[in-house]
Design a binder for this molecule. Sequence first.
Ligand code: HEC
Length: 245
Amino acid sequence: MFLCFFVAVPFIDALSQAPAGTVLEGVFSEVQAKRGQAAYSENCGGCHGGDLEGISAPELKGNHFLERWREDMLDTIYTYIRENMPLGRAPDAPRIPDNEYVDILSHILKVNGYRTGESDLTLDLLEKIMLVGKNGPQPVPDGSLVLTVGCLSQARDGVWILFSATEPARARRSTTSTPAELNASSQKRLGTLIFRLADLEAVPDFAPDSHKGHKIQAKGYLTRQPGAERISLSSMAVLDSMCGQ
Ligand code: HEC
């Protein structure tokens, strides 16, 4: 019991900064999921299967599916579907309306076992609701593209590290960051984690020597390894020349 509590503390701290709301809270209605089921059958089921089990395309339910999308806001999967699905659609084919895509997403959530609520899921809520597993928010999966904020330093063995770093969060753009993303990173309170930074030399336009002790947003692929957590970098952005808090 004590151990659980001890391990969870820094993570809960990081989550307290995340926008509230997860798919566990009944974020779509029964009626909406029904509408979504009809639209899904018409536009998606031929490849992904009537029960989302996957035929000529990946399954859209279960663990494997969840690992790809969890710990991210619903707008990421929504945007992916809206921009790419149905796969191979003719350019002149009529587009599925945005609200219908949201209905389809609510059907996918329903089949994955998430409970319904009073109101429909709407477009403006997608970026505020996190897709999480049944046990609620968890650390992002190993190997994910992540974003963390911390202080840049060089260890005695010459390895560059980020210390006082925040719990890694999902990122979707590896080399660029939106102003909103940078702004959110600037506002983040520092954490307690340390990451070794791999592939720093591959990051364009970043001279680490001139940013020692600065507050940095790092993006890259996460490798979890007790005592040697590592990020293989894809981008570095300087947030502040101080790294006090
Ligand atoms: C013509 C077949 C086809 C149709 C129709 C289709 N898809 Fe797909 N879908 C695919 C294929 C193939 C992939 C894998 C693409 C890849 O990995 O790049 C995919 C991938 C996906 C993924 C990502 C799966 C993952 O790996 O987690 C989602 C979500 C998805 N489709 C949703 C939909 C929805 C919703 C519709 C209907 C609006 C739809 N698809 C219609 C073929 C299809």
